[in-house]
Ligand binder design. Structure first.
Ligand SMILES: Cc1ncc(COP(=O)(O)O)c(C=O)c1O
Length: 426
């Protein structure tokens, strides 16, 4: 029996479907979406919301883009999926070449994964297998910084911030990793890299790799740090002979003002994870890229097999829409677009600092963050934003936006003024 109206299916949703990070027995409300176009999300009751989230960093070109729609429709005519074991196809090969061309020169090899979390799992396996094949079987741990977020699978969770990532609940299940304080950059140009170096020095023989989100830590706290920290981190990893995994799943594809955030530090990782905006937010696809050194290293003991191979690896529809999304981005004046958004966000959000409940305002590229002193009441603040005609989803102490790059000046002002309106009255 099909559902006849949105209140029926909404009720079914409430009773039967889990949404991200929610309770099944006492769920937060969800808003039924009918369609989305450009930066507008149309709700089933006809209301239109301006999108401030890009569906969690992904929909950089907005929704229902004709070029991305066409890429999928065209690919559908030949095949929507084919197994990648023993077979290959041009959408995947073209995409791999594009990614190799636009990322740091040493990154020459691509593993396509089906989500960001899986790309992180693959990166961790690559690092562990690399050392295993060199006879260093003790090097199985990851070193990371606090306030990080790397996904919801078990290995990914193990390197998320231990408090935000609720490690207590999974004690004994999650692999135990090594943590340093989150990056701090001081006014005199120095950083707190020594704290991380201390951990590296102490645990060098058991650490396979350092994993970190470059320049902006996303869901673990929306913190911004300086390129000098990353430069020092690269040198420190080299000095202690551990691999460096950069997780650009959120920051990749121009979000922070450079195509990839690590470019701001002029470094290259040994392993790079990308996802989210890879397909312009159309389909789930991620990739783990690495260097010839890591590839050779994994094969050093003669077996050389990387232990991963998902069913939907390199899905042709996803690869083809990713090809179209990257072309769209590279053919656009993305640098000036992000700079303009950044200037507007800085100009329009700065005054939030005056409100008593606000702790700090941070802007980096097309990301605007207002951190409060206390956690927000998500349910009521969400409803207030929807009543203002915008889609902004706060969490914990953070009210933040990362809109599609196609957002117009007046639309972005609608987002920032709704933040003012709500925070002023808190
Ligand atoms: C930095 C980072 N790594 C990994 C992930 C996990 O990606 P996914 O949700 O596609 O599994 C995310 C998602 O928010 C992320 O921001």
């Amino acid at each position: 029996m099909p559902f006849l109206n949105s209140s029926d299916w909404l009720e079914y949703d409430k009773n039967h479907l889990w949404h991200p990070y929610t309770s099944m027995t006492d769920p937060l409300p969800t808003y039924p979406v009918e369609s989305a176009h450009g930066v507008r999300i149309k709700l089933a009751d006809g209301r239109e919301l301006i999108d401030g989230m890009s569906s969690w960093w992904a929909a950089i070109h907005g929704y229902n883009h004709p070029a991305l729609n066409a890429a999928i429709e065209q690919q559908l005519q030949s095949m929507s999926h084919i197994m990648f074991g023993g077979l290959t196809h041009l959408p995947a090969v073209n995409l791999a070449k594009k990614l190799i061309d636009i990322t740091a020169e040493p990154l020459q090899h691509v593993f396509f994964a089906d989500s960001g979390s899986v790309a992180v799992e693959v990166a961790i396996k690559m690092a562990i297998q690399y050392w295993y094949a060199q006879g260093q079987k003790n090097k199985q741990k990851l070193l990371t910084v606090r306030s990080g977020y790397h996904g919801d699978t078990l290995a990914g969770m193990s390197v998320c911030d231990p408090v935000n990532g609720m490690h207590n609940m999974f004690q004994g299940v999650l692999p135990e990793q090594i943590f340093a304080p989150h990056p701090e950059c001081y006014a005199d140009g120095s950083t707190n890299i020594e704290a991380l170096e201390k951990q590296l020095c102490r645990h060098q023989s058991e650490i396979a790799a350092v994993i970190i989100e470059p320049i902006v830590q996303g869901a673990g706290g929306m913190r911004v740090y300086c390129p000098q920290y990353l430069q020092q981190l690269r040198l420190t990893c080299d000095r202690y002979n551990v691999l460096l995994i950069l997780d650009e799943i959120a920051t990749g594809f121009a979000r922070t003002g450079t195509l990839f955030a690590y470019e701001q530090a002029d470094i290259a990782p040994d392993i790079l994870c990308i996802g989210k905006a890879l397909t312009g937010g159309y389909m789930t696809l991620a990739a783990t890229m690495t260097t010839a050194r890591v590839v050779q290293g994994i094969s050093a003991d003669g077996s050389g097999i990387l232990m991963h191979g998902p069913t939907f690896m390199a899905n042709p529809l996803a690869c083809q829409v990713a090809n179209a999304s990257i072309d769209l981005l590279l053919d656009s004046p993305w640098k000036s677009t992000i700079d303009t958004i950044e200037q507007q966000l800085k100009g329009e959000l700065a005054a939030c600092q005056e409100y008593p409940k606000v702790k700090e305002v941070r802007v980096k590229g097309a990301i605007g963050v207002v951190e409060l002193h206390e956690a927000v009441d998500m349910k009521s603040m969400q409803a207030d934003f929807v009543a203002q005609g915008v889609w902004i989803r706060p969490f914990n102490k953070l009210v933040y936006i990362m809109p599609p790059y196609i957002i117009k000046q007046n639309e972005l002002t609608r987002l920032t003024s709704s933040i003012h309106h709500i925070l002023k009255n808190l």
